[in-house]
Design a protein around this ligand. Structure first.
Ligand code: SAM
Length: 230
């Protein structure tokens, strides 16, 4: 498929590219949640990466960002957002703000998003992007996300966008009854994307959604800086 953009499309903050991305990378695969599709159509992914990466922003790939981290592939963001099964009134916790892109995607589908990033630089850049683009329901904090955000708990949904060795019990504890946690768990090369549902009866149901490759989740309940499980 070739991309053919008119001058108007380019002025329209690259809407045609997002339509192409959503059709070929999401709908042609297995993304069916209308709210997810609509959100990825609206969020300006090119504004979450450095200028030298902007031309690739709607390609089917993760891209490098500052602090040697990555902005996830659009399809993976959509897959995880779909797995969370968000409702308009949900309070969401994200671990791994990175560029801020996935928090922006989630914020269009939920009431509020709390996002934690361990790199101060990334947190500050993401906050600036949220402010410049008018996202008002996202709160950013610098810290170790493996411990969650106790003061704001419980959460209806928790998304972890880095791969850890285990499911942190702190995050499971901060999940509301009926809540969903999506997290990549495995070794540093490859992980299983897991979804944990906490039923209204406080039971946990775990499912595997497929294999993924994420940067490491580094923290008290993740890997240590040397790459060992804490
Ligand atoms: N959600 C991001 C986006 O849309 O750009 C992609 C995140 S990137 C794949 C993973 C992020 O998790 C990195 O920015 C990394 O610094 C962060 N991270 C790793 N361990 C963390 C921890 N314990 N707490 C908070 N952030 C963490």
């Amino acid at each position: 498929m070739t991309k053919d953009y008119s001058e108007k499309d380019l002025l329209n903050d690259r809407h045609a590219e997002r339509e192409w991305m959503v059709r070929t990378q999401l709908i042609d695969r297995d993304i069916t949640d209308e709210a997810v599709i609509h959100s990825l159509l609206k969020v300006l992914r090119h504004r979450f990466v450095n200028e030298d990466k902007q031309e690739f922003a709607y390609y089917d790939t993760a891209l490098e960002i500052e602090a040697e981290q990555t902005i996830s592939q659009p399809y993976i963001v959509a897959l995880m957002a779909q797995a969370l099964g968000l409702k308009a009134n949900d309070k969401v916790l994200e671990i791994g703000t990175g560029s801020g892109y996935s928090a922006a995607v989630l914020s269009r589908m939920a009431l509020s998003v709390y996002t934690i990033e361990r790199h101060d630089l990334l947190a500050r850049l993401a906050e600036e992007r949220f402010r410049n683009q008018g996202y008002k329901n996202i709160e950013v904090r610098v810290g170790d996300g493996t411990l969650g955000w106790l003061e704001k708990a419980p959460f209806n949904a928790i998304l972890v966008t880095a791969g850890g060795p285990v499911i942190p019990d702190s995050l499971v504890n901060q999940l509301a009854l009926g809540g969903r946690l999506v997290i990549p768990v495995g070794d540093k090369g490859e992980q299983h994307l897991l979804r944990v549902k906490k039923t209204l009866e406080n039971e946990l149901i775990e499912e595997t959604l497929g294999l993924v490759r994420f940067v490491p989740l580094i923290g008290t309940k993740g890997w240590n800086e040397m790459g060992k499980s804490c």
